[in-house]
Design a binder for this molecule. Structure first.
Ligand code: AMP
Length: 377
C-alpha cells in the first residue's frame, strides 16, 4: 500500500474498477496530473475507457481480468460499491487497494451499514431486518406509517424499495419481502432537506471535508445539488462529527460520501458510498480541488489539499430525456459548465451528464438556470 514515503507518482499507472462516469472523472483528474490509467469494465468504449490508456474488458468478478489489472497497475481504485469482494480482498492482499475491501463489505449491505451506524451511536431512522414475508408482517405491526422497505443489497436510485404509506400497504410489503428475502424496513423520516457530506481521508488518517451539499431528488434520482447547503452551524457540526466517526471506524481511504436527512436541528444518516459521489460533482468548478482529484491524491498516498469553496454552485443532472434539450441550449447560453459522460445510448432516467452553474449569489445561479432552461426549448 502506498505510504507517504512511497507514494504513487505521475508516470505510474492507476487501475480503476468500473468504467462509468465516476471512473471517467477520476481518470480525467489523474490524467491532468500525468498518471496513466487502466480500466476494468465488461463493456468496451465505456465512459472511462474513452479517456484511459488501456481497457481490460472483462466482468468485475473475472479472476483473470482482476489479476491482469492488479499486475498491470501500481494502485487500484473502484468507482462503485458493488465490486466483487473476493476480487477486492485479492487486490488488497497484494498491497494495491488503499481504499480496502471493508468499506465495500459494509456499503454493499444495508443491514451491515445501519448496524454499524447504530453501534457507533449515530442517529438513524428506526429499522428492522426481515428475511421472509411473515417476518415482514410481524415487524410492520410495531411500525408507524409511512415506512419504507428496501432490499438489503443491490438497490440504487430508488430501485429496490417501496414506500409504505399506510397499514393498507402491508400486503405489498409482505410480497416484496417474500420476493427479495433479505430486506430492511425503515421508519419514514419527514425530513426538511437531504444533505450529503463528501470528504476525503488519507492513509495518514487526515480527513478533509468538502462543503456540505443540499440535494433534491426527483423520482428517487438526484436532480439537483446546491452548495452551500442552507443548514445551521449546529447541523453542520453534527454532520461533520458523524462523518468523522464513520470514516475513522471504517478506516476508509479516498473520497467517501454520506447521505443524511435533516429534520429541524436533527440529522438522520441514510446511506453511504465508498467513492466520489454525484452530489460532489459541483466541486470540479466550485472548489479549488475536485472530489476526484482529492481522491486520486489520497489513493496515491499524496497529502490532501485544503479545500476552499470558490463560489456558490448548483449542479443539475442530465438524464437521457434531457440530452437533446441540453445540446440545443449549449450553443445559445454562456453559463453552465456542461459535462457529458460519453454514454452511447441516451436511455430515459440514465445519467448522461451534469451541468454546474456557479455565481456570487443563489439568485444569480437561479437566473442562469432559468436562461439555460429557456434555451433548451
Ligand atoms: P436510498 O436508496 O436509501 O438513498 O433512498 C432513496 C431516496 O428515498 C432518499 O434519497 C430519500 O429521498 C428517500 N428515502 C429513503 N429512505 C427514507 C427514509 N427512511 N425516510 C425518508 N425518505 C427516505
Amino acid at each position: 500500500m502506498p505510504k507517504n514515503n512511497n507514494p504513487i507518482l505521475p508516470g505510474q499507472t492507476i487501475g480503476i474498477i468500473g468504467g462509468g462516469q465516476l471512473g471517467r472523472m477520476m481518470a480525467i483528474a489523474a490524467k491532468y496530473m500525468g498518471y496513466h490509467i487502466a480500466v476494468l469494465d465488461p463493456t468496451s468504449n465505456c465512459p472511462t475507457s474513452q479517456v484511459a490508456d488501456k481497457q481490460i474488458t472483462g466482468a468485475y468478478d473475472d479472476r483473470q481480468a482482476i489479476k491482469e489489472l492488479t499486475e498491470t497497475v501500481d494502485v487500484v481504485t473502484y468507482e462503485f460499491e458493488n465490486v466483487d469482494l473476493t476480487a477486492a480482498t485479492y487486490i488488497e492482499k497484494k498491497g494495491k487497494l488503499p481504499q480496502g475491501a471493508y468499506a465495500l463489505e459494509i456499503t454493499q449491505n444495508r443491514e451491515k451499514e445501519k448496524q454499524l451506524m447504530k453501534d457507533l451511536g449515530l442517529p438513524i431512522p428506526d429499522f428492522a431486518i426481515v428475511t421472509s414475508g411473515s417476518e415482514c408482517e410481524e415487524a410492520l405491526k410495531a411500525f408507524s406509517f409511512p415506512a419504507v422497505i428496501k432490499t438489503c443489497s443491490g438497490g440504487y436510485d430508488g430501485k429496490g424499495q417501496i414506500k409504505l404509506n399506510s397499514r393498507e400497504d402491508t400486503q405489498q410489503a409482505v410480497a416484496f419481502a417474500e420476493k427479495n428475502t433479505h430486506c430492511i424496513i425503515e421508519e419514514w423520516v419527514a425530513f426538511d432537506k437531504e444533505i450529503s457530506v463528501v470528504f476525503t481521508r488519507a492513509e495518514s488518517g487526515e480527513i478533509i471535508i468538502f462543503p456540505i451539499a443540499e440535494n433534491d431528488h426527483k423520482n428517487h434520482i438526484l436532480y439537483q445539488t446546491q452548495v452551500p447547503a442552507r443548514i445551521s452551524e449546529d447541523v453542520q457540526k453534527k454532520a461533520y462529527k458523524a462523518a468523522e466517526k464513520l470514516a475513522e471506524k471504517m478506516n476508509v481511504v479516498g473520497t467517501f460520501a454520506i447521505e443524511m436527512f435533516v429534520q429541524g436541528e436533527e440529522i438522520f444518516l441514510n446511506e453511504m458510498a465508498p467513492r466520489p459521489h454525484n452530489s460532489g460533482h459541483y466541486t470540479i468548478e466550485a472548489c479549488n480541488i475536485s472530489q476526484f482529484a482529492q481522491h486520486i491524491r489520497a489513493i496515491a498516498g499524496l497529502p490532501l489539499t485544503p479545500i476552499t469553496l470558490l463560489a456558490p454552485a448548483a449542479m443539475i443532472n442530465i438524464l437521457g430525456e434531457d440530452l437533446d434539450g441540453v445540446l440545443k441550449a449549449l450553443p445559445k447560453v454562456e453559463d453552465g459548465f456542461v459535462h457529458l459522460y460519453g454514454k452511447v445510448e441516451a436511455k430515459s432516467k440514465r445519467k448522461m451528464g451534469h451541468t454546474t452553474f456557479i455565481a456570487e449569489t443563489r439568485e444569480e445561479i437561479q437566473s442562469q438556470i432559468s436562461r439555460f432552461e429557456e434555451a433548451k426549448r
